[in-house]
Ligand binder design. Sequence first.
Ligand code: UT7
Length: 331
Amino acid sequence: MNKTCSYGILGIGSCLPEKILTNFDWEKMVDTTDEWITKRTGISERRVLEKNEPGHEIGVKAAKRALEDAGLNAEDLDLIIVATETPDYLTPSMSCLIQNGIGAKKAAAFDLNAACSGFIYSMTVAGQFIKTGMYKHILVVGCESLTKAMDWNDRNTCVLFGDGAGAAVLGPVEEGYGVLNTCIGAVGEMGHNITLPCCYVNEAEAAKRQGEDKRVFWMDGSEVFKFAVKIMEYGTNKALEEIGLKLDDVKLIVPHQANIRILEGAAKRLGVTSDKVFSNIQKYGNISSASIPVGLNDAYRGGKINKGDNLVLVGFGGGLTWGSAVIKWSK
Ligand code: UT7
């Protein structure tokens, strides 16, 4: 199957909440230290939505910035896909809230939940619509309010996550540029390692998954850690091999930011130096589906990406899911 196609990122943007929570702030709230968090995760601070600040509002701001970067109007959009595991509502979807917020009156809209792999899943789905000619311009947003889903007493998880949104406008690009390949996968048998029950799931079911009936985020960090390091290597190599590229052809890997030690472990397995693996985890912590588009936006605006550079995006997360993509930057 020839997967080479000519759709790519026309514009990119992000929005992080203004409120900053540092490791020293966490020291005052749970039994933890700045030293533990920094050494074990690489995180120094994260952004946090205020209690009365809905998550979709940062999605709207990120979307507007991506549209501006693309030089397009909201009415040019045919479809909006929002990757999220922390929607404000199950209905209306985050994509409908964002459609309304930006005034994309002609766009269809739906949400997609593949946890931290959601941006790559959404990009893959968007690509099918563009390749078949059904739609021309698709907005893909990763938008998360993870701190609202955390147990703020569980030091194993609460210090790791932050809130944020990243958005990209996808559309046709010059032949040979853009998204050259994507790979997505799921390992449902490992799903019990990251759980966030819906508000209405019955108590027995929630307890079965988390050991107790709590409607909060729960994770077996070390199981996910082992999965993450292996799947980052596998996903990166698979996405490149399928189109005959090598790691030497790649300028930058922009991975999901879950733990600096995962990034270092994956870099070692892949045999690349750490400067080839983009990281901004220190500033934002883990922002799930927003992590990759926010990273891509930071790398692009920070001058680390130029037209013609080959990039690898790679992520993993709840489900468990994973995804990887190769992009020849077209801007
Ligand atoms: O986005 C996808 C989903 N998330 C991930 O990919 C996360 C993957 N996992 C990880 O990043 C790491 O496994 C963690 C950061 C979650 C944990 O790091 P670790 O090195 O695997 O630590 P651990 O779970 O083995 O715990 C070591 C010790 C434990 O104490 P004992 O039992 O040895 O006395 C923990 O209770 O560290 C303790 N600990 C903490 N101590 C201070 C756990 N969290 C904290 C904390 N502050 N915040």
